[in-house]
Design a protein around this ligand. Structure first.
Ligand SMILES: Nc1ncnc2c1ncn2[C@@H]1O[C@H](COP(=O)(O)OP(=O)(O)OP(=O)(O)O)[C@@H](O)[C@H]1O
Length: 579
C-alpha cells in the first residue's frame, strides 16, 4: 500500500511560500492502476516527482508498505520505476542493447542465462520482441514509450510511475500503451501511477485522481467521475473545475472521500474474485524487502564495465564522431610539421679563440644571435602549437560528455547507478582518447622534425596538458546545465590558453601572478622547454621574456589540474540536476 498523508511540496516564490502540492492525502493499494489528471500546470508531474523522492516533500508523510519514507529511508532503486517525459535510451543502440544495458546497470544476475531470460521476458511483456534488433533512432513514438517502460521493468519495480507516456501518440497507440500499463498492474501487486492529459480510456484505470492547483479535487472510480462533477461528459470536467477555487474542491472531496474509497474497495474485491487481479500471497516485512533488494544491485565494477562498453559502442556507431576524431588526429600534427622546418636549423657557436678584429667579433655575435632568434622562436612556437592543439582536442573530447546526456544519466542515477562508476567509465574512455591523441602528436611531429631534447619528457607534457584540459572540460560538462553552455565555456577556456600562457607575449607581472597557476598550456610548454638540449634551451630563453618553471613544478601543477578537475567532475556528477 502507498499512502500519502497531507503531503505538500512548497517552493519560495516572490518571497512567499507557494504549495505546488497541497495537503494531498490518498491511499493506493497493491495491484492498482491510477491516472493522475488535471488541467495543465495543476501539479501532476510535481506530485509524481514528490512520490518518487525527486522533490523532497515539505510536509506530510509518504508511507510505503508500512514504512515512513521520510524517516526510514527512501525507496530502494529497484523498488521503484520512473518513466519520464523524455527518452531514456541512446539513439545509436538497438532496443535489445538498451534493455540489456538497463538490466546490467540495475540488476545483479547470477549468469548470462538469467540475464537473457530477464531481457526476453521484459521484451515480450512490452511487445518489443519482434523489433529487438531495431535501432532506437528509427522507433515510432509509441515504440519509444514501450522501450522506456521496458527499461524500467527490468528490475521488477513494485511501484511504476509514468509521466505523460501517452502524450503525442495517435489514439490507437495511446490505447495500446494504457492497456499495457493496465496489464502491468495486474501482476505481483504492482502499483502503476500514470500522469496523463488525456481523458480517454479512463475505464481501464482502477481510480482517477483529479488535481486542481496542487490539491485533490477527486479520487475515486472512473465511472463515478462525471457523476461527482455533475457533468455529462468527462471532457466537461476541466471547465467545471475552473468554476470554483481549489480549496473548495478539496474540502468538498474530503466530505465524500470515505464513500468513494468504499466503492474502490468493492471494485477491487470483485477483480480479485474474478481472477482479473492477482496479488502476492503474503505481506513481506519492510526490512526483509530492503535486504533482498539491496543484494540485487550490481556492484561498482560491474556498472563501470557496462557503461564503458556501452560508451565505446555508441562511439563506434556514430560514424561522424569517429571520422571527426580521425580527422583531428591526422590534420593537427600535419599542421604542426608545416612550420617545423626552421626548428631543425643548426645554431652557430661562439668560437673558442678570440677574433682578431672587433668587426669580426661583432659579426660573430650577430650570427649567433640570429640563429638563436630563428631557431628559438621556431622551437618555442612549435611546442606551444602542439600544446594548444592538444588543449583544443581535450575540450573537444569532453565538453559535451556529461552535459549532453545529463537527463539519461540522472534517470540512471535514480535507478541505482553510482556516480563514481559513471565518472570512472568517463575517465577510462577519455583516457584512451587522450593517450592516442597525445602520443600520436608527439611521435608524428618527432618523426618529421626530431625534438631537440628529452623526447619522453616532451611527450609526457603533451599527454598531461591534453589530460588536464580533458579533465577540466569534463568538470565543466558535469557542472553546467546544458551541453551548449558547457561547449561555449570550454571553447573560451581553450581560447585564453595561448594569450595567457606568456609564450607569445609576456604578460604584465600583476596579471601573470594570478593567471599562471591556472593556465595548463604554460606548464606543459614550460616543462617541454626545460627538457630541450642546452643550446636550444638557451636559444628559446633568448627570445622569450616569460620566466620558465622547473620540470617538477610543471609536472606537479598539471597533475594538480587533473586532480582538482576530476574532483569537481565528481561533485558535478553527484549533484541532482533532473530539470
Ligand atoms: N521546482 C519548481 N520551481 C518553481 N516552479 C515549479 C517547479 N516545479 C514545478 N513548478 C511549477 O509548478 C506548476 C506545476 O507544474 P507541473 O509540471 O507539476 O504541472 P503539470 O500538471 O504536470 O503540467 P503539464 O500537464 O502541463 O505537464 C507549474 O506552474 C510549474 O511551472
Amino acid at each position: 500500500m502507498l499512502e500519502l498523508k497531507d503531503v505538500c511540496f512548497t517552493i519560495r516564490k516572490d518571497g512567499e511560500d507557494a504549495n505546488l502540492v497541497d495537503k494531498v492525502s490518498i491511499q493506493i493499494p497493491k495491484g492498482h492502476f491510477m491516472a493522475i489528471v488535471g488541467p495543465s500546470g495543476c501539479g501532476k508531474t510535481t506530485l509524481l516527482k514528490t512520490i518518487a523522492g525527486l522533490n523532497p516533500e515539505s510536509d506530510g508523510a509518504l508511507i510505503w508498505d508500512g514504512r515512513d519514507l521520510s524517516k526510514e529511508g527512501d525507496f530502494s532503486p529497484s523498488e521503484i520505476g520512473y518513466v519520464p517525459q523524455f527518452s531514456i535510451a541512446y539513439d545509436p543502440l538497438t532496443v535489445d542493447e538498451s534493455v540489456e544495458a538497463a538490466t546490467r546497470l540495475r540488476v545483479k544476475t547470477k549468469n548470462n542465462a538469467e540475464l537473457d531470460q530477464r531481457i526476453d521476458r521484459v521484451l515480450e511483456e512490452t511487445g518489443l520482441a519482434p523489433i529487438a534488433d531495431r535501432p532506437v533512432k528509427v522507433l515510432s513514438g509509441g515504440q519509444k514509450r514501450r522501450l522506456g517502460l521496458a527499461m524500467e521493468l527490468v528490475s521488477d519495480p513494485k511501484l511504476l510511475l509514468c509521466d505523460e507516456v501517452t502524450s503525442g501518440l495517435d489514439p490507437r497507440s495511446e490505447r495500446e500503451i494504457v492497456r499495457l500499463l493496465h496489464d502491468l498492474s495486474r501482476k505481483d501487486g504492482r502499483i502503476v501511477l500514470s500522469v496523463t492529459h488525456s481523458l480517454a480510456h479512463l475505464e481501464l484505470y482502477d481510480s482517477i485522481l483529479v488535481l486542481h492547483e496542487g490539491r485533490v479535487a477527486y479520487h475515486g472510480p472512473p465511472d463515478q467521475l462525471t457523476h461527482y462533477f455533475s457533468v455529462k461528459d468527462t471532457e466537461e470536467v476541466y471547465p467545471r473545475l475552473a468554476g470554483q477555487p481549489s480549496d473548495r474542491w478539496q474540502s468538498s472531496w474530503e466530505k465524500h472521500r470515505v464513500s468513494y474509497y468504499k466503492m474502490l474497495e468493492r471494485n477491487r474485491e470483485k477483480s480479485v474474485a474474478s481472477g482479473a487481479l492477482s496479488l502476492p500471497p503474503a505481506k513481506v516485512e519492510g526490512e526483509e524487502v530492503k535486504d533482498e533488494v539491496a543484494t540485487k544491485m550490481p556492484g561498482l565494477v560491474s556498472q563501470f564495465g557496462t557503461l564503458l562498453s556501452r560508451r565505446w559502442r555508441i562511439f563506434f556507431r556514430d560514424r561522424g564522431q569517429v571520422l571527426l576524431q580521425l580527422a583531428i588526429m591526422i590534420c593537427f600534427p600535419l599542421l604542426v610539421i608545416l612550420f617545423s622546418d626552421k626548428a631543425k636549423d643548426p645554431i652557430r657557436k661562439y668560437s673558442d679563440t678570440r677574433q682578431s678584429d672587433m668587426q669580426e667579433e661583432v659579426q660573430e655575435h650577430q650570427n649567433v644571435r640570429m640563429d638563436q632568434v630563428k631557431v628559438g622562436s621556431a622551437v618555442s612556437g612549435i611546442i606551444m602549437f602542439q600544446v594548444v592543439l592538444l588543449a583544443l582536442m581535450g575540450s573537444n573530447n569532453s565538453a559535451r560528455e556529461i552535459a549532453g546526456e545529463r537527463l539519461i544519466y540522472e534517470k540512471e542515477k535514480f535507478g541505482g547507478l553510482r556516480p563514481s562508476a559513471y565518472l570512472a567509465s568517463k575517465v577510462a574512455f577519455l583516457s584512451c582518447l587522450v593517450i592516442a591523441q597525445s602520443l600520436w602528436m608527439a611521435f608524428f611531429v618527432n618523426t618529421f622534425g626530431q625534438f631537440r631534447g628529452d623526447f619522453v619528457q616532451h611527450a609526457g607534457f603533451l599527454l598531461l596538458v591534453n589530460g588536464a584540459m580533458t579533465a577540466i572540460c569534463l568538470a565543466i560538462s558535469s557542472l553546467m546545465r546544458t551541453a551548449e553552455q558547457a561547449s561555449l565555456l570550454s571553447i573560451y577556456l581553450v581560447g585564453f590558453q595561448l594569450p595567457l600562457s606568456g609564450a607569445v607575449l609576456a604578460l604584465p607581472e600583476s596579471v601573470e601572478t594570478y593567471t599562471r597557476p591556472f593556465i595548463s598550456s604554460y606548464w606543459a610548454w614550460s616543462g617541454s622547454v626545460e627538457g630541450l638540449q642546452t643550446q636550444v634551451h638557451d636559444a628559446v630563453k633568448a627570445v622569450i621574456d616569460t620566466t620558465l618553471s622547473s620540470r617538477d613544478a610543471c609536472l606537479y601543477t598539471l597533475a594538480a589540474h587533473i586532480g582538482v578537475a576530476l574532483f569537481a567532475s565528481w561533485l558535478g556528477t553527484r549533484r541532482h540536476q533532473w530539470d
